[in-house]
Write a new protein. Structure first.
Lengths: 424, 277
């Protein structure tokens, strides 16, 4: 109990004990959750508990950073697939979580770093998804005379890059008209942009097939071998997520990340210091959008079906709430928020419903559908966000911005003692 | 109050020695109106290189408005502003900074959630070359550039008396340090002309004294030209080479501090109350 209290007391994730104890704890918990995965092959709770492994590794501060990273990579890329590769359910959930982690990291650049409230983020996701869907289903061949039929699975890889570029372009196109807007006004315009893209997708029958959607989106392939299994998508998505995390970390500590932070903190002062406002904002939009574009391509291939209902306003709001819940501006927090919200969205409440129903059935009690928890997921969502706003406005894992350290040579610590110029 | 008794005598015209060239900054008939209010009316201003030029006047005289026009925050309604002979009127602030004009703000406007060092590094933005791909690939060039930048930022912090405080969040620094940090950040732009908006506001006499020494040092050691808005007459009279007096948006007097002190128009408009002993 005391350990638990310490775990949460400063509201900062930190495991007790020395390095050996922490490694033992990590190993023990890993073994425990692997057992759960094997015992309950369709339990979202088992998945959730397995995911907590990463949190545990993150909290093991006595373990060197490189080890932490290595353990996390092994847990996601080796142990989990080894245990659950044959289980499409776990692999599918894992992929979905990873996709949303990527989306949240992308939006985090726009909102968390540059401070631009974007409520139409799903538009970029849709751009990537439709791009691949249109070309891989042969829809493109109907209006592009030089194409003959659908593109094969090998084209998936260049389309990952094309999806990135296309979404980045969309990001710039959205960015240009909203450069002068702030806060609420920016939010409203971006919200409108998201809706425009969705309505376009629903209305442009000749290109997107409208509300009917595009079935039969191609899966990726290498050398004639189709990579359409759940485990394939799991790996593809995680590699991209790793890439995105890498890029995000690099940007954060760079001249570009500092320019974003400066704009977020004080636009006027940033400009007076020579930070080019237009370029920095457009880069933030393009960057965030490009992550979503790539994920859109993967999403389309994974679902093998694309229609406008996947890209509603609620989807954008969902990604925003991931950031808010997890902790705006920090990579671990945003990833955690994405995982929690995604699981809440897709499974947890449904799982509880099923459980209640099965218990009810056993006792011969009919649970009225109005009391079914899965009906209330918007409500639960709202309650969580309100509670967070009250108790933890900075998120579950508050961002510890990667500050550039002054480091190196020991400097004479003479605050205010030496006021600039030599005394005359 | 002890040390503040007498204003440190400033080595008189040292900085002004080499002022052969024309003015660094020249405002020609600059005006700015906000609706019906004339904030600045046809003001001419010429700032000689290497001087400390002060802008004084009662509240609402148009001093900060003039600053904002020079630094591109406002576009003048009429007139022109020349910096080293080229017009900067109407340029966006980031372009003005690029030309070599940097400033501090009347109400401290630091990037609060960034460290002191990072604040200074933002000021160096124009002098760092790393682009998006350099950053993502983390080339050795970027690494070296960042290391150089950090070193320079530390030196700047030390130069304004904040040595060793680089890792403090700007918002956690005491007020006087925040003002110094703003100066360091402005210096990081490597300006030829530095605009200081009330650098001694809200400071006690000792801190004021230190800020004066700092400004004087900047001029002498870095060859900076400084345009200063200040209400503290001891500062103005102590370190200025030229003082320009604004009242109701118009220039009413200009000259060396001693002449300004005696100018009847100035006394009437402004100094009468402030300077009486």
């Amino acid at each position: 109990m005391a350990a638990l209290a310490r775990f949460w007391s400063p509201f900062r994730l930190r495991l007790p004990g020395g390095r050996a104890a922490q490694l033992l704890l990590i190993g023990g918990y890993l073994a425990f959750t692997v057992g759960l995965l094997l015992l309950f092959p369709r339990s979202i709770i088992a998945f959730l508990l397995y995911l907590a492994n990463l949190l545990l590794v993150f909290g093991a501060r006595a373990v060197p950073g490189a080890w932490q990273a290595a353990i996390a990579v092994v847990e996601t890329l080796v142990v989990f697939p080894a245990v659950a590769a044959g289980n499409p359910f776990f692999m599918g959930v894992g992929t979905t979580v990873a996709i949303y982690v990527a989306l949240a990291l992308g939006l985090n650049i726009v909102i968390g770093y540059a401070g631009l409230l974007d409520l139409g983020y799903v538009a970029f996701y849709a751009s990537g998804a439709y791009l691949w869907a249109i070309f891989s289903t042969g829809k493109a061949a109907e209006f592009l005379p030089f194409l003959h039929g659908p593109l094969g699975g090998e084209w998936f890889w260049p389309f990952l890059v094309l999806g990135l570029l296309f979404a980045a372009l969309m990001g710039v196109l959205l960015g240009i008209p909203v450069l002068r807007l702030h806060g609420d006004y920016l939010a409203i315009v971006t919200l409108g942009f998201g809706e425009i893209i969705r309505i376009l997708a629903a209305g442009l029958n000749s290109i997107t097939n409208g509300a009917v959607g595009l079935p039969g989106v191609g899966a990726p392939a290498i050398g004639g071998r189709t990579l359409g299994a759940a485990v394939d998508f799991y790996f593809i998505t995680l590699v991209i997520v790793g890439l995105i995390v890498w890029v995000t970390i690099r940007l954060e500590g760079s001249r570009i990340g500092r320019a974003w932070a400066a704009i977020r903190e004080d636009e006027t002062a940033a400009r007076a210091m020579g930070v080019p406002l237009t370029r920095a904002k457009l880069l933030a939009f393009a960057c965030g959008a490009s992550f979503a574009g790539m994920m859109g391509v993967i999403f389309a291939a994974k679902q093998s079906y694309v229609d406008p209902t996947s890209f509603t306003f609620m989807e954008s709001i969902g990604v925003v709430s991931m950031i808010v819940l997890g902790g705006m501006g920090g990579i671990p927090g945003v990833a955690l928020g994405a995982a929690i919200v995604t699981l809440l969205n897709i499974q947890v409440l449904g799982g509880i419903s099923d459980f209640i129903n099965s218990v009810g059935a056993r006792w011969g009690i009919q649970i009225p559908p109005a009391l079914n928890p899965s009906q209330y997921h918007q409500l639960v969502f709202g309650v969580i966000l309100v509670l967070m706003a009250i108790w933890r406005p900075e998120g579950l894992i508050p961002a510890r911005r990667r500050h550039v350290r002054a480091d190196e040579e020991a400097e004479p610590a003479t605050p205010a003692a030496a006021p600039g110029g030599e005394p005359a | 109050m002890s040390a503040a008794g007498g204003t440190a005598p400033r080595p008189a015209q040292e900085g002004a020695a080499g002022r052969a060239a024309g003015p660094v900054l020249e405002a020609r008939g600059v005006s700015k109106r906000f609706g019906g209010l004339v904030a600045v009316e046809r003001v001419d201003l010429a700032i000689a290189p290497g001087t400390v030029h002060s802008l004084i006047g009662p509240n609402g005289a148009g001093k900060t408005t003039l600053f904002n026009m020079i630094t591109g925050i406002y576009r003048p309604d009429e007139g022109d502003i020349l910096f080293r002979g080229r017009s900067v009127a109407g340029l966006p602030p980031e372009k003005v900074a690029e030309r070599g004009i940097s400033r501090t703000f009347q109400n401290v406007r630091l990037f609060k959630e960034l460290t002191a060092l990072e604040n200074v590094l933002v000021g160096m933005h124009l002098h760092l070359r790393a682009n998006f791909f350099d950053v993502v690939l983390h080339t050795p060039r970027v690494e070296a550039e960042e290391r150089r930048a950090r070193r320079e930022a530390r030196e700047l912090l030390a130069a304004v008396g904040l040595g060793g405080l680089g890792d403090e969040l700007a918002k956690n620094l005491p007020y006087g340090h925040q003002r110094r940090l703003e100066i360091a950040r402005a210096l990081a732009v490597r300006p030829a002309l530095l605009l200081l908006d009330e650098p001694a506001a809200g400071m006690n006499p000792r801190e004021t004294e230190a800020v004066m020494e700092l400004i004087d040092g900047l001029r002498r050691e870095r060859g900076l030209t400084i345009l200063l808005i200040e209400h503290d007459m001891k500062v103005v009279m102590g370190i200025s080479d030229v003082v320009t007096v604004l009242d109701h948006g118009a220039k009413i007097a200009e000259g060396p501090p001693d002449a300004i002190r005696r100018d009847p128009r100035v006394i009437e408009a402004y100094l009468g109350k402030a300077v009486e002993r």
